[in-house]
Design a protein around this ligand. Sequence first.
Ligand code: Q46
Ligand code: ZN
Ligand code: ZN
Length: 317
Amino acid sequence: MHEGRGPMKCTACKAPAVIDLRRHNANFCTEHFLRLCRDQVVKAIKDFSMLEPSDRVLVAVSGGKDSLAVWDILLDLGYQADGFYIGLGIGEYSDESGRYARDFAQSRGATLVQVDLRDEYGYDIPTGSRAARRAPCSACGLSKRHLFDKAAIDGGYDAIATGHNLDDEAAVLFGNVLHWHTEYLARQAPVLPARDGFPKKIKPLVRLGEREMAAYCVLRGIDYIVEECPMAAGNRHLRYKDALNQIEAGSPGAKFDFFHGFLARAAQNFELDPDEITLGSCANCGAPCSTEVCAFCRLVQRATAQPVELSETRRRA
Ligand code: Q46
Ligand code: ZN
Ligand code: ZN
């Protein structure tokens, strides 16, 4: 983590430092670095009114560093936080990421709710996306969103927390600004309130970057899947991350200013009027949607080539 320049000392206590954070113009020992990570999460939760102390949170866990770190921090902060893991059926990557998620849950004595796409819905991402003629990440994103929402509503959770970090959010913002996808800019807020049958969604890591989260896991002894999902190769999002990393290297703090400056000074210009969005519910599963059958049920139907059963109980109708 230390990139040379002689021995570093912790800015807070002068003990040997284990990481330098150029954005903060500071170095930290293990204890003060872990404290900084927790403090940044506390500040994000407070600034964006993400959670009340008694809230029950469902953490979307992929087995990667960010989702395990956010779960770990929320548990340490005393939240009632359960994990939710979806078996996507992406070969060895899924087998391994599931193991990391289960091992973490066991080590913390935490509850992990698990859903396996193949067992419960009859498809996996590689074969299902081909059959449905959808790009893997599009089929995957749609499946994950639907199942997280459903798990949170069915389980009576107050919010879903995801491990999106500052690098992720800045890269998404960069792409949306580059192409002026103004309708997506409205959804970049770190909190999306509950509405029309959708649960509240929060991103407690928006003040922490990728490198910090990797260091957090290493220093806390959390094992996570290091490999990227094999389907992510060539993804635009990764190119935007690289571009922002180059800018950040010459201008530490640029990523943070770009994203948080947008939230503070520009985001309000892109807000959608909630009254203009009218939603009905899916005739098959009852999920909120603007078409007769929701996009997830249509995906399942095409991925498994099964007719959609219109008789399924409408859990959220
Ligand atoms: S898991 Fe799914 Fe990601 Fe893999 S298929 Fe794409 S969206 S890259 S976060
Ligand atoms: Zn220190
Ligand atoms: Zn549906």
